[in-house]
Write a protein that binds this ligand. Sequence first.
Ligand code: GDP
Length: 529
Amino acid sequence: MANQDFLNEISKRRTFAIISHPDAGKTTITEKVLLFGRALQTAGTVKGKKSGQHAKSDWMEMEKERGISVTTSVMQFPYNDHLVNLLDTPGHEDFSEDTYRTLTAVDSCLMVIDAAKGVEDRTRKLMEVTRLRDTPIITFMNKLDRDIRDPLELLDEVETELDILCAPITWPIGSGKRFKGVYHLYRDETVLYQSGQGHTIQEVRTIKGLNNSELDEAVGSELADTLRDELELVRGASNDFDKELFLEGQLTPVFFGTALGNFGVDHMLDGLVEWAPEPLGRETESGTVDSKDEKFSGFVFKIQANMDPKHRDRIAFCRIVSGKYEKGMKMRNSRLGKDVRISDALTFLAGDRSLLEEAYAGDIIGLHNHGTIRIGDTFTSGDNYRFSGIPNFAPELFKRIRLKDPLKQKQLLKGLIQLSEEGAVQVFRPLANNDLIVGAVGVLQFDVVVARLKAEYNVEALYEHINVSTARWVYSDNEKKLDEFRRKGEQNLALDGGDNLTYIAPTMVNLQLAQERYPDIQFTNTREN
Ligand code: GDP
């Protein structure tokens, strides 16, 4: 039996990510959440985009200019008696692959919706992804300090468009200039809003009960009456919070507030630590690993280079699934069957790196990667199983990449392979010639790659058109058939950054023909390590 201290460490942890459409308020909420975690004294320094204070490498500059977030960061902070891990997901749709993998590393998600707009595109797509694992969702309706849409209509839209039941936990009183606060349905109290307090943790005034005359005095009797009427409707028409349905991903508790005004964010956090699941186990090829298992295990969902220009290194982000990380411990990379001693894992408390003594299930640790760690790798305390479900996606866009200075071929290849390990882009080397082909899921990745090659590897490269429209990883249980395929199909075969055999097709029709011609070969558009 695991000892109680160990079990307490696990049960106090919550690991989540924010999903939202760009501009809905993810960054602002992150700032406020960290403020509550007392990780920041005054909110407002999370992203270079706003403060411009952080030194960034060139490609991060580019990211800043374009106002998008390419990187995923991890933040840990205490809240009430819990320890919360927040994983930031890149907002731009070009990087959906990264986002997808980050969502495999969390146990719940916060969905932020701009209440003036309602359900938007990107939110819809991200919700689809969370549905694959039935991740529990908490909803925050943001920007109540602006004129918003009818709240009942918003709930209805979430229910019909995202196919998830809504259980309002708080209910807004007015919006825009007339925003007065929220009524908490389960605490039976009104929490009053004060504007201009966004950078602090506010002393709030609360009023118990709905039929309290203080409420009429505080918000005016017109809004108080509207609130009472709406609540009657809400109680009849919407769902009560049901923890089981929430944990199954079928029902979402809904909070209203304004991230900018730092109002309502704490209600949401209270709900998160109370209801969201503690660290969950994960599937391997041979069964589930429970988070309470005392043996260490974890998987790598993200590799990121040069997070800090002063430390020119690559960090592999590993989600701990079970057991405990301790400084100096030995871990096995089960793909390589090799043990390594780790004494310098990192944690990312409020954006700063600090050396970490120990970490538990649900936590993310940063491992220095000298080229041996790949996305999807499993670390164990000696077992050889591997976690499943952390895929690479076949790219849909292809370009040939060429050097301006042909003497730097070696650096180019090294750079491309390292960037492909990060999952930023994929690189293919045809068996039949010396081309280098870059494959990406989104257009922006091409620019990022050239910028980073220049900044980090000192090579200037440019793109040329290439006649490739799709790629598939190829496998076969039948060695003989695979050999035959390798010989006959050489013109269309390539190795990816991890030396996996890939079929590069000039057209979809070509791919179909190859599939018909070689029925013993499997062509897949996702690959797990
Ligand atoms: P992200 O793209 O989802 O990270 O969104 P940001 O947090 O960067 O917010 C986008 C814009 O909306 C910024 O100008 C914010 O200041 C603004 N914003 C965020 N939350 C609120 C809010 O509660 N009220 C108002 N009025 N503006 C907000």
